[in-house]
Design a protein around this ligand. Structure first.
Ligand SMILES: [Zn+2]
Length: 142
């Protein structure tokens, strides 16, 4: 799914976006109370702590909620239908993203999904993160 990238100065900061360019999704964690913070910010919304460090997300998540966009404008028009979703990361936060790599009619709330990145764009300092469904569990061949 190729969409416009955020502007170079888009929050949270260069650390976050540079990691996406390398195919990594970093999450901020409060070193005082261990809260995983989303949306990323330089302080903890739970305890007010300012000792925040980055760690790599596992990439495991489940679909928390979603909608299928069937009409869009501008650069998004040719991408329809596409799925806008909140996924709940294994680390806790629910993040806004897209579900890709499947027919939109196949998306189900509670479905396990995994992190994927858009192909790099020439000269871009960031890549956008999406999630795709994991293959269905096959009870006959665990
Ligand atoms: Zn905290």
């Amino acid at each position: 799914m190729s969409t416009p990238l955020p502007p170079a100065d888009f929050p949270p900061d260069e650390t976050f976006w540079t990691a996406t360019a390398e195919g990594r999704l970093l999450l901020p964690r409060c070193e005082s109370c261990a809260t995983v913070i989303w949306y990323p910010r330089p302080f903890c919304p739970r305890c007010g702590g300012r000792d925040v460090t980055w760690f790599p997300a596992s990439g495991e998540a489940t679909v928390y909620s979603y909608t299928v966009v069937r009409k869009a404008r501008g650069e998004y028009r040719d991408l329809t239908p596409y799925v806008v979703a909140y996924v709940e990361l294994a680390e806790g936060p629910r993040i806004l993203t897209n579900i890709v790599g499947c027919d939109p009619s196949e998306v189900i709330i509670g479905q396990p999904v995994t992190l994927v990145f858009d192909a790099p764009k020439e000269g871009a300092a960031a890549r956008l993160y999406r999630f795709r469904p994991l293959p269905a569990h096959d009870d006959a061949n665990p």
